[in-house]
Design a binder for this molecule. Structure first.
Ligand code: SAM
Length: 222
């Protein structure tokens, strides 16, 4: 109750501050890896999700494993996995993000295969050891490329396509982060429509917001 009230009070200021701050390219770094976050790209510095995923990967043994960051945005997660000697692919629908990631990979002297793709459509690997997803989850139709980082479509179209495509793939470990801010029950139900179950792998509350990393589990083998 107090948590919700606190969030309601702080949110408008945070939103305004975030919008103002992200009008210019801004650096973001994690454990010695630095990216430049362009104005039309998802800003990892204002939400907890990217940092939680980075900390999560920190504890995974990804050395020599194939890792896909699906919807990579700034690509900090992809680059961090590459710094841990994973064989990394980073994909996004946002070409501005991919261009900046290409530069960041060079600057950090890390190798990442960068692919422009709507979900898995342009991805040729049939499976990865790890797929990491920080999805857009607010149910609204995105008006532009920047909004695609936040909005999943009025009827959760992003998740319908995602689970449909995942149900036909053979990836070993698929992890997706969601916050209590989104309609987790609806997203879970959509997953079930495609015979996919979301199991909580990690739960973390940061600044009054509960976040969950879900393991995406196929109920029916392909
Ligand atoms: C919440 S942001 C996460 C960015 C990054 N993974 C991170 O954790 O900082 C979601 C990302 O998914 C991308 N995206 C949205 N819809 C997509 C789609 N259909 N196919 C590929 N990427 C998509 C957005 O452009 C955005 O970069």
């Amino acid at each position: 109750m107090i948590r919700q009230l606190l969030k309601k009070l702080i949110h408008p200021f945070l939103k305004y501050g975030t919008q103002m701050y992200s009008l210019k390219p801004r650096p973001y770094s994690y454990n010695g890896i630095e990216v430049m976050v362009m104005p039309d790209v998802f800003p990892p510095q204002y939400t907890m999700s990217t940092k939680i995923l980075l900390d999560f990967i920190n504890h995974l043994d990804v050395k020599n494993k194939t890792v896909l960051e699906l919807g990579c945005g700034s690509g900090i997660i992809a680059l961090y996995a590459a710094s841990k000697e994973a064989i990394v692919t980073a994909s996004d629908i946002n070409t501005i993000a991919l261009k900046a990631l290409k530069k960041a990979a060079l600057k950090n002297t890390l190798v990442v295969d960068i692919i422009h793709s709507n979900l898995f459509t342009a991805i040729t690997n049939i499976s990865f050891d790890y797929v990491i997803i920080n999805p857009p989850y607010y149910p609204k139709t995105p008006k532009n490329i920047k909004e695609q980082a936040w909005f999943c479509g009025e009827s959760f179209e992003y998740f319908k396509d995602l689970f449909h495509q995942l149900s036909k793939r053979q990836d070993k470990h698929v992890f997706m982060i969601l916050s209590e801010d989104c309609d987790i029950n609806t997203i879970k139900q959509i997953a079930l429509d495609y015979q996919i179950q979301l199991d909580v792998e990690l739960e973390k509350t940061v600044i009054a917001e509960q976040n969950f990393i879900f393991r995406i589990k196929k109920l029916k083998p392909f």
